[in-house]
Design a protein around this ligand. Structure first.
Ligand code: GAR
Length: 212
């Protein structure tokens, strides 16, 4: 049985598109039950509609505080069958209800715990990386807890930072790796191969299918 995803985004939705492409190519054993945007004009909503995926908008601007925004968000998510919530450039903090502990994933365009936290998203991350002078950056897929870009790390990939990099050239290199590791992490979840022990995630070996 494919796992059922809720995808939360706020922007252009290239991460969503990559997951749709992996599903359509038979490389990711999942279906997308709902795409929720925190911004009414996010292009990711159009990508979802083009693929006949149900969409919803839950914007923090329409709620007086974090708590009521999150209540509305979870009320929307729970209207659909969802095994895993996937953050795909979602710019709001999300509450983690007990039954969704280790069932929410995020991708961050740096090697956390470096270059992450509130305000550190998209190009801001790559600008900070270049400014700092580090020689290596990368991307991280992790389970989500109640802090920005925080929680048990599932997969990380390193990417070199070159002397003549701009935030755009660096973003391109990091995003190429993002397109590899996010579907890979979700597929590991779908295969039941992610075991969380404290803040560590163990990747269990694949179960061999016996043929008689
Ligand atoms: C992705 O690069 C993702 O890593 C980043 O937002 C981008 C979303 O792009 N996420 C964060 O920075 C999380 N802190 P998209 O809207 O084109 O999918």
């Amino acid at each position: 049985m494919p796992i059922r995803l809720a995808i939360l985004l706020s922007g252009s939705g290239t991460t969503l598109q990559n997951l749709i492409d992996h599903i359509n190519d038979g490389k990711l054993d999942a279906t997308i039950s709902i795409v929720i945007s925190s911004k009414p004009n996010a292009y990711g909503l159009i990508r979802a509609q083009q693929n006949k995926i149900p969409t919803a908008i839950v914007s923090p601007k329409n709620y007086p505080d974090f708590k009521t925004f999150n209540e509305a968000l979870w009320k929307t998510i729970r209207q659909y069958p969802v095994d895993l919530v996937v953050l795909a450039g979602f710019l709001s903090l999300i509450e983690v209800p007990p039954d969704f502990t280790n069932r929410i994933m995020n991708i961050h365009p740096a090697l956390i715990p470096a270059f992450c936290g509130k305000g550190m998203y998209g190009h801001h991350v790559h600008e900070a990386v270049i400014k700092s002078g580090v020689k290596i950056t990368g991307c991280t897929v992790h389970f989500v807890d109640e802090q920005y870009d925080h929680g048990p790390i599932i997969l990380q990939e390193a990417v070199p930072v070159f002397e003549d990099d701009t935030p755009e050239t660096l973003a391109e290199r990091v995003q190429a790796k993002e397109r590899e590791i996010y579907p890979k992490a979700i597929q590991l979840f779908a295969e039941g191969r992610l075991k969380v022990e404290g803040n560590k995630v163990k990747i269990l070996p694949a179960v061999r299918k016996e043929t008689f």
